[in-house]
Ligand binder design. Structure first.
Ligand SMILES: Cc1ncc(COP(=O)(O)O)c(C=O)c1O
Length: 434
């Protein structure tokens, strides 16, 4: 792409440099419009979108049902604050979340919030109030957000923690399974038991918080036996199981919730990202006796459960719970996996293809024997992909994992073309590195 073709982009980049905080990391992409799984930039270049607004567009950019629900709601009222004047869309989202809840218990209740981090914070508040215990157990490679408590719970120093201490107390960390790097379910359960002997009394743990497929941490899907064994341990000690599905939920892995693959009924579910169809919305859902442990006034917030976001979420939840969506998500997952496995056979620095359904990733390594993380190759791949017209994201503790969060409305043609561009970008990055 020549600089002339990037006039409008350059202008925004200059203004961004001048006025926007450096701490927000941004790519050289300025979006003008987006539809389905396609993005167009301000210079008229089009891209296939394998990033979906960082996992917030599982139902695609501008799903007509979502857009018209937002328009209709905008004509009625934009904001009330649920603590000042209640409104039906908020209550309806909670009713739908109850119907779709994977959590244990008959009667399910929810609170709605603005972001994943805020929802995780609220899940911890609820768990502490319900158990009367202070401690929280999280896992290696976890990402739960950027607020004080959630950055403490997050497991990556740079860029999320360096310089931002002191951190919140009573957060303990255990290894999570990572079969590609030799950490098994047995190892993880054993280490958790050691944590309970060495560092924290299990009787003072309010909750464990686990992503069924770790997102920012490298798209590491938990082995099928880990969540059930973790739940057994939780039940033994009266610890609540909090399922953080901010990234893996709302249809990302096929079913509405990723935990459905595991046959586990968590105590609390945290949802976010795609829930609002592109508007900020997150939730905490669980059985009434737990959620209602917090008395009136203990939970809330000015904007949480904004009416526009709730109207959008009702359309999103209808879509992701439909048979057609599930069928297509499964098809996309299979097509992607076949394509990615073929790439792994041809590109020797692809160490592993992993994930569940269409939530898939490639881990890049310098050498398949040593498995040394190939971080620079991953960033060169995302840059080369963008130059070719494919929006891709990396993730992982070492930034060496290429993840796919393609909107699950993508056409087969764009999916196949995206895979071709991904392979070209990998080969290009590999060539530049040698
Ligand atoms: C699993 C998980 N939890 C929590 C969060 C935080 O969400 P938010 O960025 O909306 O605060 C994220 C964000 O990526 C996430 O992936």
């Amino acid at each position: 792409m020549s600089l002339q073709e990037r006039n409008a982009t350059e202008k925004v980049l200059d203004a961004r440099e001048r006025y926007v905080a450096a701490g927000v990391s941004t790519p050289p992409l300025v979006v003008a419009r987006a539809e389905g799984a396609r993005i167009e930039d301000v210079d008229g270049n089009t891209y296939i979108d394998f990033a979906g607004g960082l996992g917030c567009q599982n139902t695609g950019h501008g799903l007509p049902a979502v857009v018209s629900a937002i328009h209709e709601q905008a004509d009625r009222y934009l904001h009330q604050c649920f603590m000042v004047g209640m409104y039906e869309p908020y209550v309806e989202v909670c009713r739908r979340l109850a119907e779709l809840s994977p959590c244990r218990g008959e009667q399910q209740k929810s609170i709605l919030l603005n972001s994943g981090a805020e929802a995780v914070e609220n899940a911890v508040k609820i768990a502490r109030a319900a158990t009367g215990r202070p401690a929280v157990v999280v896992f290696d490679r976890a990402f739960h957000g950027r607020t004080l408590l959630t950055m403490t719970m997050t497991s990556k120093v740079v860029p999320y923690k360096r310089g931002f201490g002191p951190f919140a107390p009573e957060v303990y960390r255990a290894p999570a399974p990572y079969p590609y790097r030799g950490v098994t379910t047995d190892d993880a359960i054993h280490e958790l038991e050691v944590l309970f002997k060495a560092d924290v009394d299990p009787q003072s743990v309010a909750c464990v918080v686990l992503e069924p497929v770790q997102g920012e941490g490298g798209f590491v899907d938990m082995p099928l036996d880990f969540p059930p064994r973790l739940q057994e341990l939780c039940q033994r000690y009266g610890i609540l199981y909090v399922d953080d599905e901010v990234q893996a939920g709302v249809g990302r892995t096929g079913p509405v919730w990723a935990i459905e693959h595991y046959g586990v009924e968590p105590d609390l579910l945290v949802s976010g990202k795609s829930l609002g169809g592109g508007l900020p919305l997150a939730g905490v859902t669980g059985r009434a006796e737990i959620v209602d442990a917090v008395p009136a006034g203990g939970l809330g917030g000015t904007f949480g459960g904004n009416p526009l976001a709730c109207a959008a979420a009702l359309a999103v939840l209808d879509e992701v719970s439909s048979e057609g969506f599930r069928r297509r998500a499964d098809e996309i997952g299979e097509r992607l996996r076949v394509g990615l496995e073929a790439i792994r056979e041809r590109v020797d620095f692809v160490g592993e293809v992993r994930g569940i359904g269409p939530m898939l990733a490639l881990e890049l390594v310098e050498d398949r024997g040593t498995k040394t993380p190939a971080s620079a190759l991953a960033s060169a791949t995302t840059a080369a992909a963008r130059e070719r017209g494919l929006i891709l994201l990396s993730c992982g503790l070492y930034g060496n994992v290429i993840r796919i969060l393609v909107p699950l409305v993508v056409s087969d043609e764009d999916l196949d073309r995206g895979l071709e561009l991904l392979e070209e970008a990998l080969v290009d990055a590999g060539t530049r590195a040698t």
